[in-house]
Write a protein that binds this ligand. Structure first.
Ligand SMILES: *[C@@H]1O[C@H](CO)[C@@H](O)[C@H](O)[C@H]1NC(C)=O
Ligand SMILES: *[C@@H]1O[C@H](CO)[C@@H](O)[C@H](O)[C@H]1NC(C)=O
Length: 165
């Protein structure tokens, strides 16, 4: 009986852990030549979401992909599949208005974008859904804030007010 009680107590944290565990809804098997943004663009997963879902698995510079390894692309209930690949000269107003959304929701789904939108780069994949669909950033970090060394900023001057005049 004593043993049974202990077993019941021990089972509690396990149940809680199971319920809060993130369920992967789709995966991708890495192939030679892949980079994070090509995987994202081909699978309708945002750059930010791929980074969050793989925190501790894919490093910040995305230079540790292993060919043949399966990577999770999205978690159940937190999986944005409405995406857009950034082109040259894009800024946050252009991306939002083309997607029919406001910039508030664009920033909420893509928290790595800086305040003046000057750090989006060509080939980056943004979530352009009209509701918040991506997982929150792990506390104290914002994944995918670094522009890859080989990337070209789409609009290095950002959304500067005097550009609208
Ligand atoms: C990505 O989204 C586009 C546009 O909605 C769609 O045509 C395409 O089939 C999607 N690709 C995947 C892999 O889901
Ligand atoms: C932006 O769009 C969302 C979704 O439609 C809406 O809930 C929100 O009120 C809008 N925010 C602003 C500042 O317009």
């Amino acid at each position: 009986m004593f043993t049974k009680a202990i077993a019941a107590i021990l089972a509690l944290p396990l149940v809680a852990q199971f319920v809060s565990a993130d369920t992967c809804t789709r995966t991708y098997t890495a192939q030679a030549g892949d980079i994070c943004d090509s995987i994202s663009a081909a699978n309708n997963v945002s750059t930010y979401q791929l980074a969050v879902v793989n925190v501790g698995i894919i490093d910040e510079g995305c230079d540790n992909l292993v060919v043949g390894q399966n990577y999770c692309l999205g978690w159940q209930g937190q999986d944005c599949t409405t995406t857009y690949v950034v082109q040259q000269y894009d800024d946050c107003y252009i991306v939002s208005s083309n997607a029919g959304i406001n910039t508030t929701i664009l920033y909420e789904n893509n928290p790595q974008i800086n305040e003046d939108c000057s750090n989006i780069y060509i080939g980056e994949v943004l979530c352009t859904a009209n509701t918040v669909q991506v997982p929150p950033a792990p506390s104290g970090t914002t994944p995918a804030t670094t522009i890859p060394a080989t990337a070209t900023p789409a609009n290095p001057d950002g959304d500067l007010p005097w550009c609208d005049e």
